[in-house]
Design a protein around this ligand. Structure first.
Ligand code: ATP
Ligand code: MG
Length: 428
């Protein structure tokens, strides 16, 4: 393909070999979300640039250097969404979803960030996320973490670690910010360029630096947990108690600050030690002031997003990754004009009668030998073989392709029952 048009760097195709794992994760997640009463919302992929600047924060990596921003033909500045929360809040406000009601929502889809592409870090990537609006207390924070733990468990991922922190309310954060500026100010000569800049604009983000030369200084920095306001401290204590009640393990990490500006109180991250540097699989927290910051009234909120590519990479390390069955149950081989005409009718009538049947009808003619080769390659469990001689008698050859059973003949009228039983038999 070197002469053809290339894909955009950092934007991947998900090929048919890979998509059954994606489909399984999506189906499992949808089931868990629905079990907890979350409803799906679908937002546009493009929003006004202003939405992200005002919500994510002007001095974050995302807004400063990662957004795909462009002017459309009417001269409006638009941006490919780098995350889902801003659009979800915008949608909720546009449609009055936050008026005196609780909303439990989930979404999924592609997100776009102009980062340096590497393993686990792409320019188009996919997130699934949940959001709850209108609930102030730590019970909903706990629910969200329990939901996540259940999802991971159902996918066979028992090893993920939960890191937890609280950022307090905005006043407490402001006071803490001053402490940090004083503290890091002593080490100006050792800070890198990024951190020096953040010292002026967003000193909390220095705690998030991945520069190993700063690890020492960061470790000794004052802890935000010593600066929480009383209500936030109580909120955090109750959350931890609820997680303890449920036996959900977590580790309090006072240096976890998260990359987006809108968080308050609870923040968390689920991490793995199996993916190298890109170790955060799912992250989120509370954003009680985001709706009001965007011009709405006070609506407390909490949510998280998980990175599908990282989750799938993790699942792919398993011996038998969960995957949706997509292979046909049946491959219908037909030879000769009469067999084809009757065969296509038979195929449609089987699709009518057998629920969930996956049937691939052979197209393009050819010998039975070549058709059966294609049947085998399709992964089908059974080949149905229809020749001219069977048409008159309304009979058909049934050739199990995987079980080692002998080929046999059956009446057309027996096929729906036979196929129904075989599909059930496969545990579907
Ligand atoms: P990181 O610290 O790895 O950059 P982040 O804090 O920017 O992550 P969030 O904005 O919280 O990530 O997004 C939630 C999740 O989305 C992350 O935990 C991660 O799994 C995934 N994610 C974020 N950016 C990317 C990317 N460029 N490519 C693939 N997955 C990503
Ligand atoms: Mg990032």
């Amino acid at each position: 393909m070197s002469k053809g048009v290339q894909a955009v760097r950092g934007m991947n195709d998900i090929l048919p070999e890979e998509s059954p794992v994606w489909a399984q994760v999506e189906a499992t997640a949808r089931a868990v979300f629905e079990e907890y009463g979350y409803r799906e919302i679908r937002m546009p992929i493009v929003e006004k640039t202003e939405l992200f600047v005002r919500s994510i924060g002007e001095v974050t990596d995302v807004v400063e250097k990662e957004m795909y921003t462009f002017e459309d033909r009417s001269g409006d500045s638009l941006t490919l969404r780098p995350e889902g929360t801003a659009g979800c809040v915008r949608a909720g406000m546009s449609h009055g979803l936050f008026h005196n009601q609780v909303q439990r929502l989930w979404y999924q889809g592609p997100m776009f960030r102009h980062e340096r592409p590497q393993k686990g870090r792409y320019r188009q990537f996919h997130q699934m996320g949940v959001e709850a609006y209108g609930l102030e207390g730590p019970d909903i924070d706990a629910e969200m973490l329990l939901l996540t733990a259940r999802l991971f468990k159902r996918l066979g991922l028992g090893h993920l670690r939960l890191k937890l922190n609280s950022l307090g309310n905005p006043e407490a954060r402001q006071a803490y910010r001053k402490k940090l500026v004083d503290y890091f100010g002593q080490y100006r000569d050792r800070l890198d360029e990024d951190s020096l800049r953040r010292l002026e604009t967003n000193p909390l983000r220095i705690l998030d630096s991945k520069n190993p030369d700063l690890a020492d200084i960061i470790k000794q920095a004052p802890s935000i947990l010593d600066h929480l306001d009383e209500a936030s401290a109580a909120h955090f204590d109750t959350l931890k108690a609820r997680l303890d009640d449920q036996g959900l393990a977590y580790e309090v990490d006072p240096r976890l600050v998260r990359g987006l500006d809108y968080y308050s109180r609870t923040v968390f991250e689920w991490t793995t030690d199996r993916l190298g540097a890109q170790d955060a699989v799912c992250s989120g927290g509370r954003y009680d002031f985001l709706v009001s910051q965007l011009g709405g009234k006070h609506v407390p909120a909490v949510g998280w997003a998980l990175g599908m590519e990282r989750l799938i990479a993790l699942l792919s390390l398993a011996e038998a990754p969960p995957r949706r069955d997509v292979e046909p149950h049946v491959y219908l081989a037909m030879m000769g004009e009469a067999a084809e005409r009757e065969g296509w009718k038979l195929a449609e009538s089987l699709r009518d009668q057998v629920a969930d049947l996956r049937l691939t009808a052979h197209c393009g003619g050819g010998s039975f030998k070549s058709q059966l080769k294609k049947a085998d390659r399709s992964g089908a469990a059974i080949a149905l073989i229809l020749g001219e001689s069977e048409v008159g008698a309304r009979r058909i050859g049934v050739k199990p392709l995987r079980s080692g059973e002998e080929q046999f003949e059956a009446d057309w009228s027996a096929l729906p029952g036979l196929l129904h039983d075989r599909i059930q038999h496969n545990g579907e």
